[in-house]
Design a protein around this ligand. Structure first.
Ligand SMILES: Cc1cc2nc3c(=O)[nH]c(=O)nc-3n(C[C@H](O)[C@H](O)[C@H](O)COP(=O)(O)O)c2cc1C
Length: 366
């Protein structure tokens, strides 16, 4: 049924559908279910130290014998800037007082584990079939080691320029991440990602322009929530689709109850791109902190520093059932998400796509 088999052959999968890596949300159970349904299951290791990443990959290998994708962030971390830290703490202090937290905001940071030598050794030992990156690629030396281990390498592009850069660096496929996508913008060539938020390109415009500019297979990502979106991705020239938000309501996902509640009530126009949670633009459901301080704040320290000072606010508020300080990651297609186990969702997505493609071929109205 698939009009393009390049990804199927490249990754050794049956359905060219990729579960988006979602660090902290995508469990091994979720990834295994997608793999066993014929897609490419992913696990996000951005917040895992090498030992934990190795354990997680081994656990996933025990759950499925199919190809897997392991995802890392490239080193995009900012240098601490005392003035901005202070400005940020001044912005957050009133919230600390309002929530009855006794001490001042502490300078701390999200425990991001950028891809380096130790993590590369984990990849060399575990040899996932696919390794994907966000925020560009690691150094050519690390990339050569991953390729020598036999892994396929993919990464996300948010512009045609980034896609061409990735192809020149010899990736095997490129994820075209449209601005509808949930989570962080993968932007890596802009000097300041916060300054290019207004010019982010939607999936419908981005995919065909990247397809025209590169010769490797292109994977569409961003705002795809059902078979119609997948069929559209193929019509635009993509060889597959990467889907994140639509899986957040699966019982296998590690999405919190507060986050699930917010997703179930989401409309298409309640998400925004904000930097207030991590210092980099990311799409979330707008909540108290975003509406008060953002969506883009010049006071927010660089990636991923803001997260540290917010974590205490978040934990305290969440205990009171309040998600105003929680990063409620979500793409614009959240209302299309159907709450069902991942295997059933994969079945639904593939059969909807087959129906849609068949209708298009026979030119019948829906
Ligand atoms: C909750 C969440 C977490 C994400 N975490 C990651 C991540 O760790 N690594 C990554 O490469 N992409 C991450 N993404 C972005 C996805 O790779 C992808 O671009 C996006 O989910 C596609 O758009 P959609 O959410 O509309 O399907 C995340 C997305 C979401 C929704």
């Amino acid at each position: 049924m698939w009009p393009d088999r390049r990804l199927i052959d490249l990754f050794g999968i049956e359905q060219p559908l990729i579960l988006a890596p979602m660090a902290g949300f995508g469990t091994v159970e979720l990834a295994a279910a997608v793999c066993d349904a014929g897609g490419l299951g992913s696990i996000g290791c951005a917040t895992a130290q090498p030992q934990l990443a190795a354990r997680t990959i081994k656990l996933l290998r025990q759950l499925t014998s199919r190809p897997i994708n392991v995802n890392f962030f490239c080193d995009a971390t900012a240098k601490p800037d005392a003035d901005r830290e202070q400005a940020w703490h001044n912005r957050l202090s009133p919230y600390y007082r309002r929530l009855g937290i006794a001490h001042e905001p502490l300078p701390s940071r999200l425990d991001i584990a950028p891809f380096g030598d130790a993590m590369c050794k984990v990849v060399e030992e575990t040899r996932p079939e696919v390794v994907s990156f966000h925020f560009g690629l690691p150094t050519p030396q690390l990339l050569a080691r991953i390729k020598a281990a036999g892994c396929r390498v993919i990464s996300s592009a948010t512009t045609v320029e980034e896609a061409v850069w990735l192809e020149t660096a010899r990736v095997d496929a490129i994820i075209a991440q449209g601005s509808e996508a949930g989570g962080h913008r993968a932007t890596f060539l802009a000097a300041n990602p916060n300054q290019v938020v207004a010019s982010q390109v939607g999936t419908f415009a981005l995919v065909p322009q990247i397809v025209d500019a590169v010769s490797v297979p292109v994977i569409a990502a961003g705002g795809i929530g059902d078979g119609r979106g997948i069929a559209a991705a193929f019509a635009l020239g993509a060889a597959g689709a990467q889907i994140g938000t639509a899986f957040l309501l699966c019982p296998e996902a590690a999405t919190s109850l507060l986050h699930r509640h917010a997703l179930r009530r989401a409309y298409e126009n309640v998400t925004v791109l904000t930097n207030v949670f991590t210092g980099r633009p990311a799409r979330v459901l707008a909540n108290g902190l975003v509406l008060d301080l953002g969506p883009i704040s010049d006071d927010a320290p660089g990636f991923p520093l803001p997260m540290g000072a917010i974590s205490l606010l978040r934990a305290t508020a969440e205990q009171q059932g309040n998600s105003d300080f929680t990063p409620l990651w979500s793409g614009q297609a959240a209302p299309l998400a159907t709450e069902m186990p991942a295997t059933a969702l994969m079945r639904k997505l593939t059969s909807e796509t087959a129906d849609c493609l068949a209708r298009l071929r026979s030119r019948q109205p829906a």
